[in-house]
Design a protein around this ligand. Structure first.
Ligand SMILES: C[S@@+](CC[C@H](N)C(=O)[O-])C[C@H]1O[C@@H](n2cnc3c(N)ncnc32)[C@H](O)[C@@H]1O
Ligand SMILES: [Zn+2]
Length: 269
């Protein structure tokens, strides 16, 4: 991990600044070792990824993460099955989040629960050689998922700062990102209001928060196709958790994407 990545983070225990704890200080980069906060809390860095998980995760979350760790290597293939089943090209549709990115200038973007990195790969496909203006960060609680996305980003020469952390206590500074993206996890999160609050906290004033997850649209629910999808996979019966969007969120909008099988909540800070 490099110094600018560190400068965007805070200690998940006390909120203080973090610094590289190497013996050859001042270091500007660390692959393996430790980082330390101003109060002395120490966190490990493995393969350039800082682990900033605090407090310990609940049993319920641990169960989900164990599943994600196990399926990480095959996750892309599993998701690809959705394409045929739902008549969508999910990678192509993921490119649409680029609509929320300022059309020029730099942009700080975080994919919270980055998984295997599909959203940033879609952005990479969309912008080809013009990714230099983006400052990209990815966070996930599954080390298996982070391993897969890290390898993918490296292979594609895409610079993304990755952090191992929990959505319920995101170790990033407040008011930092132009775009905060989350796809695929919120329906099963144990504390949805807590997660949405954290997504809002790390966005800049005026920044966009985009939350996408399984949930068939009201119109499609009435169709045989919609009913069959919800019966085959009950996750698709989920409704957008609008009641959990923080009161101070602005311009809250819901649309349906992926052939009306996923909801997309967009709001601004
Ligand atoms: C269905 S996958 C979606 C991955 C990716 N965003 C995508 O759209 O393909 C859900 C992701 O949420 C992550 N996740 C689950 N619980 C989490 C938590 N409490 N904090 C952060 N990430 C979490 C999982 O590890 C997994 O990578
Ligand atoms: Zn600390």
């Amino acid at each position: 991990m490099k110094e600018p990545h560190l400068a965007a983070l805070k200690c998940p225990k006390c909120g203080k600044k973090l610094s590289l704890n190497g013996s050859n200080a001042p270091l500007s980069e660390i692959e393996e070792g430790e980082i330390v906060c101003e109060k002395g809390h120490i966190w490990t860095v493995t393969n350039g990824i800082p682990s900033l998980v605090h407090p310990s995760i609940t049993e319920e979350d641990a169960k989900w993460i164990a599943d994600y760790d196990e399926m990480a290597e095959n996750y892309d293939e599993l998701v690809k099955e959705y394409d045929e089943w739902l008549s969508v090209n999910m990678m192509k549709e993921r490119e649409n989040f680029s609509h929320f990115i300022p059309i020029e200038g730099s942009a700080r973007i975080i994919d919270v629960s980055v998984g295997t990195g599909a959203n940033f790969m879609a952005l990479h496909n969309r912008y080809k050689g013009k990714m230099g203006r983006f400052n990209l960060h990815g966070m996930d609680l599954s080390t298996g998922m982070l391993k897969v996305s890290n390898a993918k980003f490296t292979k594609n020469k895409l610079s993304v700062s990755l952090t191992h952390a929990n959505v319920f206590n995101i170790p990033y500074l407040p008011d930092f990102f132009d775009i905060v993206l989350h796809s695929g996890g919120i329906n099963t999160f144990s504390d949805i209001p807590g997660a949405l609050n954290e997504l809002l906290r790390i966005a800049k004033p005026g920044g966009f928060i985009i939350v996408v997850d399984e949930g068939v649209s009201p119109q499609k629910r009435e169709t045989d196709e919609g009913k069959a999808i919800m019966k085959a996979n009950t996750l698709f019966a989920a409704k957008p958790p609008l009641e959990d969007v923080p009161d101070k969120a602005k311009d809250v909008e819901v649309t349906y994407v992926m052939n009306e099988t996923f909801y997309q909540i967009v709001f601004r800070k």
